[in-house]
Design a protein around this ligand. Structure first.
Ligand code: TXA
Ligand code: MG
Length: 307
């Protein structure tokens, strides 16, 4: 159910939770300093207690009270990419309740690039927020997606369709060499060019025994339909998402090379394929180098292929 900014602010201030738009996906927010409110997020989502939440702030200056120290790298990256789809992990200070970070001594913080989110956070203070889906469902990229998971009476600040469509880049800055735990629209190359030094990109297959970011060990959402790379042949029982080759079925999508738009619509198309009872989603291959978001998008597609 659509709610106003004022209702959303009131809910947060009274220890309730509310769904709100960001440029990546919708978030399910609670006052980051209120452990009882944050507990409601874990309960409602069915989220494992060992999977920490990102704290959302409205400006760089709001970072200081949350962390032990702000390394130069964090300041450089925040100046370059905030507000925007980059979550930075730093050593937390004691003001952040343990439930937010699932007991870790590190907190992920980001400043979302969406006017409604910024307006909300300016009036409430920092919000702990995961994606606004039930655990095991795709991240919501519209208010309607949130209602599909939590019911039409659940309060959602409606900001239309999310612009990016996949979750933020998550970067750990507490290690000697920064590590990208989750690729997103801010690419590793963009981060490297701001820092002037290499970063490492966590690969699930390499080090499964050490899971430094708990989210990595949970199975990722995949639709009931099989997700595959498209072999170029028409298939009436599949939803084809084509970047360059023409498509024939009315439900298929031709993106004219626009990888950003494919990222924006991917989760919605996953939901659509299941709604239409199609047997597969087939996506035309592309290279990680074709757009900044491409590596993050390939990561989500590959996870959905592997389930
Ligand atoms: O784009 C986004 O980041 C969205 C919007 C709402 O901001 N949020 C989002 O949150 O995707 P969530 O909870 O669905 O994913 C957060 C990821 C998880 O994989 C979690 O394990 C990781 O970030 N994470 C959060 N805090 C962490 C920490 N202190 N250390 C390591 N990983 C952390
Ligand atoms: Mg999530």
């Amino acid at each position: 159910m659509n709610c106003s900014i004022k209702e959303a602010v009131d809910r947060i201030k009274t220890g309730e939770i509310v769904a709100f738009p960001t440029e990546t996906v919708y978030g399910l927010g609670a006052d980051a300093f209120n452990p009882e409110a944050v507990a409601k997020i874990f309960a409602l989502k069915g989220r494992p207690a060992d999977n920490p939440l990102i704290v959302h702030i409205d400006r760089f200056e709001a970072l200081k009270p949350l962390v032990n120290a702000i390394p130069e790298a964090a300041e450089k990256l925040a100046r370059a990419f905030w507000p925007g789809p980059l979550a930075i992990i730093l050593l937390k200070n004691s003001r952040i309740p343990d439930i937010v970070t699932a007991g870790l001594n590190k907190v992920a913080v980001r400043c979302p690039n969406h006017p409604l989110a910024l307006d909300l956070i300016r009036q409430t203070g920092p919000l702990a927020a995961p994606s606004a889906n039930k655990s095991g469902r795709p991240s919501p990229t519209s208010a309607a997606h949130v209602e599909l998971d939590f019911g039409i009476d659940f309060p959602v600040l409606d900001g239309g369709m999310c612009d990016v469509g996949i979750e933020s880049t998550v970067l750990d800055l507490t290690t000697e060499v920064p590590i990208v735990f989750r690729p997103g629209a801010i690419s590793a190359e963009m981060i490297e060019s701001v820092l002037g030094k290499p970063v490492s990109v966590f690969s699930n297959s390499e080090r499964l025994e050490i899971v430094p970011s708990p989210g990595l060990k949970y199975t990722h959402y995949a639709p009931k339909a099989a997700v595959q790379f498209w072999d170029g042949h028409p298939d009436e029982r599949a939803l084809i998402l084509s970047l360059k080759k023409p498509v024939s079925n009315p439900h298929d999508m031709y993106y004219a090379g626009d990888i950003n738009r494919l990222a924006r619509e991917l989760y919605d198309k996953f939901r659509l394929a299941d709604f239409l009872g199609l047997h597969a989603v087939k996506i035309e291959r592309f290279e990680a180098s074709e757009a900044p978001v491409a590596a993050g998008l390939l990561n989500r597609i590959q996870k959905a292929i592997g389930r």
